[in-house]
Design a protein around this ligand. Structure first.
Ligand code: ADP
Length: 515
C-alpha cells in the first residue's frame, strides 16, 4: 500500500513527518507500539490514518473530555466518520451514537478511560470489531509521570478482555525513561516496538528571566512583539485575572482562560485567541492541551511550573509551524516555594510527594543552570545533542570566572556538616551567622564556619543552586532536601576539576545582613 498516497488523499499532506510513517507501518503490521513524539509533531495522524486503512473500529482513549468535540468535529469536516461518548453527552444521544458504532458507520470512537468502569459498555465493546486501540496522553498511566490518572491503569486491565485482540498504539509527548518503561510494562508493549523521535525542537529559543520586575519585563517584551501571538502561563486563577487586566489596561490585546470561568467565557476567549482577535492568551495550565494554533510565537511562564514535563509540553505550544519562537521562563525562588507549598498541601501520599519535590527540584535546576537550556531539557528526557547556540545561556557572552576555590569552600562545608543539612543552614555556616541553631549543633566550631564572611547569604544560596543545577552537589528527595557532594564535586575537592561560572558572588558591604 502506498502510505504517502493515502496521507495525501485523506489529509492533504505531501510527506510524513519524522516518526509518523514508522509508527503507522508498525500499527498496520499489527505490532503494539509506543510512540513518543514531541508536542506538535503530529501524533494524531498516527492513529487517524490507520483507522481509515484498517477494517473495523478504532477506539481512541483520551483524558481530554473537553477536546473530544473539537477533535471529532475536525475529523467530520475532513469527511472522516468519528464520534465520541463522554459525560457531556446525554443518555439518549449516547444510545444513538452507540447504534451508529454498532452498525459500522463510525471508524473512530473517542472515549475517556473512565468509560471502562461501566460494565454494560464493556459488554458492548466485546461485540465490536475493534481493530486498533489508540491511547492518547499515555504518560497518564505512569505514577512517575506528571499527570497520573488511576483510571488509566484500570482500563489497561480491560484491554486484554477484548476478543478481537486489537493492536495497541500508545502515544505521548512527555516521557522520561522511567515513564516510558512504565508504559511499556503496564501496556505490555515490547521495548523494541517503541518509536521515539527525539525531543529536540529546533525552532525554539529558551530563556530564563531572573531577578527582574516581571510585569515590566513582560510589558516591554509584548511591546517589542506586537502583532505576534503568544501564551502567558500564570500559576493561579487570581494571577491570570490580574495580569490579563493589567495587560488590557496597557492596550495589549489579551484574553484569559482558567477553569473558574464559565464554559461560555472559556469558549469565547479561546476563539478570540485562535482567530487572532486577541492574540495574547493569559491562562493557567488548564489551557492548551489539544489547542492547535500553529502561529504561537512565544510561550512565557510567569511562574515556574511544577515539572520539566509540564514545562516542555507547555513551552512546546510555541512554534508549531516550525518558525523561530521563544520559550521564556520567569524564575523566582518565591514562586518555587509556592509550588512546594502546593505539593505539601496536596493529598498525595509521602512517596508521591517525594517524587513531586524531586521533579520541582529538576525544574529549579533548569532555571539555575548556565549550560545550554535546550540541551538540559534533552538530557532530562534521556536524550542528548549539541548545544543549541541560540538560547540565553549559549548566547551569554559574560566572561566565565574560575570559582573553584569558592566551590571547594561550599563542598567542604557540606562534608563537615556530615551531608545532613540543607541549603539555608549550609549558607548560614559559610557566612558565619550568629543564629542560635548553629551554635546548638556546634557548627560555629567548624573550620568552614564564616569562611565566606563578607559574601551575602543570598548569593551563597544562589551559588548552591548553581552547584546543584550543574551536578556538583546532590539533593536528597523529600520535603527537607539535604545536600551531599556528588562524584563530580569530589573531583573538585581533589583539585582534579575546575569550576567556571558567569555570575559573580555579591559581597556585602556590612556583615549585618548575614547575622
Ligand atoms: P501532536 O498531537 O503531536 O501535538 P497534532 O497531531 O495535533 O500534534 O499535529 C500538529 C499539527 O501538525 C496539526 O496541525 C496537523 O494537522 C499537522 N500535521 C500532522 N502531520 C503532518 C504532516 N505529515 N505534514 C504536515 N502537517 C502535519
Amino acid at each position: 500500500m502506498n502510505l504517502e498516497q493515502a496521507l495525501k488523499d485523506h489529509f492533504g499532506y505531501e510527506t510524513f513527518r519524522t516518526g509518523q510513517k514508522q509508527i503507522i507501518e508498525q500499527v498496520l503490521a499489527g505490532k503494539d507500539t509506543l510512540g513518543i513524539l514531541p508536542t506538535g509533531a503530529g501524533k494524531s495522524i498516527c492513529y487517524q490514518l490507520p483507522a481509515l486503512l484498517l477494517d473495523g473500529l478504532t477506539l481512541v482513549i483520551s483524558p481530554l473530555i473537553s477536546l473530544m468535540k473539537d477533535q471529532v468535529d475536525s475529523l467530520n469536516i475532513e469527511g472522516i466518520p468519528a464520534t465520541y461518548i463522554n459525560s457531556t453527552v446525554n443518555e439518549f444521544e449516547t444510545q444513538i451514537r452507540l447504534n451508529q458504532v454498532a452498525s459500522g458507520e463510525i471508524k473512530l470512537l473517542f472515549i475517556a478511560p473512565e468509560r471502562f468502569e461501566i460494565s454494560s459498555f464493556n459488554q458492548f465493546l466485546k461485540r465490536l470489531p475493534i481493530a486498533l486501540v489508540a491511547v492518547d496522553e499515555a504518560h497518564c498511566i505512569s505514577q512517575w509521570g506528571h499527570d497520573f490518572r488511576p483510571s488509566y491503569v484500570e482500563f489497561a486491565k480491560h484491554l486484554s478482555d477484548l476478543p478481537t485482540h486489537p493492536t495497541l498504539l500508545a502515544l505521548t509527548a512527555t516521557a522520561t525513561p522511567a515513564v516510558s518503561a512504565d508504559i511499556q510494562k503496564l501496556l505490555e508493549i515490547p521495548v523494541d516496538q517503541t518509536v521515539q523521535t527525539g525531543f529536540l525542537r529546533e525552532n525554539l529559543r529558551f530563556e530564563v528571566v531572573k531577578g527582574q520586575d516581571k510585569r515590566a519585563f513582560l510589558k516591554k517584551y509584548l511591546k517589542q512583539h506586537t502583532d505576534q501571538s503568544g501564551i502567558i502561563y500564570a500559576s493561579t486563577r487570581k494571577e491570570v485575572e490580574q495580569l490579563c487586566e493589567a495587560l488590557i489596561k496597557a492596550k495589549i490585546k489579551a484574553t484569559m482562560y482558567h477553569a473558574g470561568l464559565s464554559e461560555k467565557e472559556r469558549q469565547e476567549n479561546q476563539e478570540a485567541f485562535l482567530f487572532d482577535e486577541r492574540p495574547i492568551m493569559v491562562a493557567t495550565n488548564a489551557f492548551g492541551m489539544g489547542i492547535n494554533k500553529s502561529n504561537v510565537r512565544f510561550v512565557i511562564h510567569y511562574a515556574i511550573p511544577s515539572t520539566m514535563e509540564a514545562y516542555y509540553q507547555e513551552a512546546g505550544r510555541a512554534g508549531r509551524d516550525g518558525l523561530p519562537s521563544d520559550a521564556i521562563l520567569f524564575y523566582s525562588p518565591n514562586d518555587a516555594r509556592l509550588r512546594a507549598y502546593f505539593i505539601e498541601q496536596s493529598e498525595s501520599d509521602q512517596r508521591h510527594k517525594a517524587n513531586e519535590y524531586d521533579k520541582l527540584r529538576q525544574m529549579q535546576a533548569y532555571a539555575n543552570c548556565e549550560t545550554c537550556l535546550q540541551r538540559f531539557i534533552l538530557q532530562y528526557f534521556g536524550d542528548d545533542g549539541e548545544d543549541c547556540h541560540k538560547c540565553q545561556n549559549c548566547l551569554d557572552e559574560r566572561d566565565q570566572q574560575d570559582i573553584t576555590i569558592d566551590t571547594q569552600k561550599v563542598l567542604s562545608c557540606v562534608i563537615r556538616m556530615k551531608e545532613r543539612f540543607g541549603k539555608t543552614t549550609v549558607a548560614q555556616v559559610l557566612v558565619g551567622s550568629k543564629s542560635k541553631g548553629l551554635a546548638n549543633w556546634n557548627f560555629d566550631q567548624l573550620s568552614t564556619y564564616g569562611i565566606m564572611k563578607g559574601t551575602s547569604q543570598k548569593s551563597i544560596s544562589e551559588l548552591i543552586d548553581f552547584l546543584t543545577a550543574e551536578n556538583y552537589l546532590k539533593i536528597s528527595t523529600g520535603k527537607f532536601p539535604l545536600l551531599s557532594v556528588s562524584q563530580k564535586g569530589t573531583k573538585v575537592l581533589r583539585s582534579e576539576l575546575n569550576v567556571f561560572r558567569k555570575s559573580t558572588l555579591i559581597k556585602t558591604v556590612s556583615s549585618k545582613e548575614n547575622s
